[in-house]
Design a protein around this ligand. Structure first.
Ligand code: TXA
Ligand code: MG
Length: 352
């Protein structure tokens, strides 16, 4: 058990000195949770093998699920990757700092604990000012998975991290909501064609706009039994209540929501709905229903920002079942769809 120190910083205006202790803890082999522009990360210096192992213990993370190495300047790529292909340099130039993780062959010096024994390593350069300053002061690459307990929704608020990890790590840096809200795009650059292993803030279209149309593979079907990234095989992002993901035209889906909520309530179930502002009309104001909005359908970024918070709210309210309306699979909406699909156990229901 630790007395976890919680440091609150304003990401727009903070004194770099506020992060000095956090950097010291990391350098000495401790664990610090810190904000990035996607989700909060749970960091350890990659060369401290015991600390990296401790990340797995604290999260309850399966040992075969590799971590992402975080850097603050492109020059650190050469320290970590055995070879940096031209495409990686082009993508780094265009999307770093930002929510893109690249998988490259790893240098021998990268401990097996970081890469879970794989010959490759995931690398990302975050854009969040607090993450950048912390990494700069630490001046060592930092391995960081999302700072949640394994299987729980990723943390997008300091409070989420406090809920999951308080008492288990040395320090939590709370800088408020993260912004993008879903984890980085994971792009494998070690096979013949670049391949998206996990959709995120940097979309397929954005990648092809840089690398050329038709050059980037994207898994059309997420196959849970044959995962691309080791981490994709576990039930993930999941609130405690079972979640059903619904697709279809707006009106039939609304009707289905209304009828299902009514029926389940008759059966004494507490229902949670995850949908859009516009869908609230489906429910008479008298209906007792926990309605959580992903904002406006036409604004995928808003949905991404809210998604994990909303999943956690469902747990807080203590609903028995969640019905989630699938987002339009455009822009970052594809990543939101992917997370909901996984939270639903890899199923989606077509409503007609
Ligand atoms: O936005 C993010 O990426 C956040 C913030 C904290 O940076 N981090 C994050 O880490 O989401 P994590 O550990 O929750 O997810 C990392 C994903 C996992 O699915 C893992 O299997 C995959 O990246 N991964 C890591 N190294 C890999 C490798 N060498 N080959 C294939 N997949 C890899
Ligand atoms: Mg994670």
């Amino acid at each position: 058990m630790f007395e976890t120190e919680i440091v609150t910083v304003d990401p727009q205006a903070f004194d770099p000195k506020a992060l000095a202790k956090a950097a010291t803890i990391l350098r000495r082999g401790g664990l610090v949770a810190f904000p990035t522009e996607t989700v909060y990360g749970l960091g350890a210096v990659i060369y401290n093998r015991a600390s990296v192992e401790n990340i797995f213990t604290v999260k309850g993370r399966p040992g075969d699920n590799p971590l992402i190495v975080h850097i603050y300047k492109q020059e650190q790529l050469a320290e970590i990757a055995l070879a940096v292909p031209e495409q990686a340099l082009i993508l780094a130039q265009r999307f770093w700092p930002g929510p893109l993780t690249m998988i490259l062959p790893k240098k021998e010096r990268i401990p097996a604990e970081v890469s879970a024994g794989l010959p490759t390593v995931a690398i990302r350069l975050p854009s969040h000012p607090v993450a950048q300053e912390l990494l700069r002061q630490t001046d060592q690459p930092v391995a960081a998975p999302s700072a949640n307990l394994s299987g729980r929704p990723s943390p997008t608020r300091g409070s989420h991290v406090i809920t999951d990890l308080s008492g288990k790590i040395e320090m939590i840096i709370d800088a408020g909501p993260t912004g993008v809200g879903v984890e980085s795009t994971v792009l494998d650059l070690t096979s013949t064609r670049p391949r998206i292993l996990r959709p995120g803030g940097v979309t397929h279209e954005m990648l092809e706009a840089v690398l050329g149309a038709g050059t980037v593979d994207t898994p059309s079907q997420i196959n849970i039994s044959r995962p691309l990234a080791p981490g994709m095989k576990y039930r993930h992002y999941a609130p405690e209540a079972p979640l059903r993901l619904l697709t279809g035209e707006v009106e039939p889906v609304r009707r289905f929501l209304r009828e299902t909520v009514h029926r389940q309530q008759q059966a004494g179930k507490r229902m949670g709905i995850i949908a859009y502002d516009e869908d609230q009309v489906a429910f008479p104001s008298t209906a007792e229903v926990s309605f959580f909005s992903l904002g406006q359908r036409t604004n995928p970024a808003e949905g991404a920002e809210r998604l994990f918070h909303v999943l956690r709210l469902c747990d807080q309210v203590g609903v028995d079942e969640i019905l989630a309306v699938a987002p339009p699979r455009q822009e970052v909406g594809e990543a939101v769809y992917n997370r909901l699909f996984k939270a639903a156990g890899g199923k989606v229901e077509e409503i007609t």
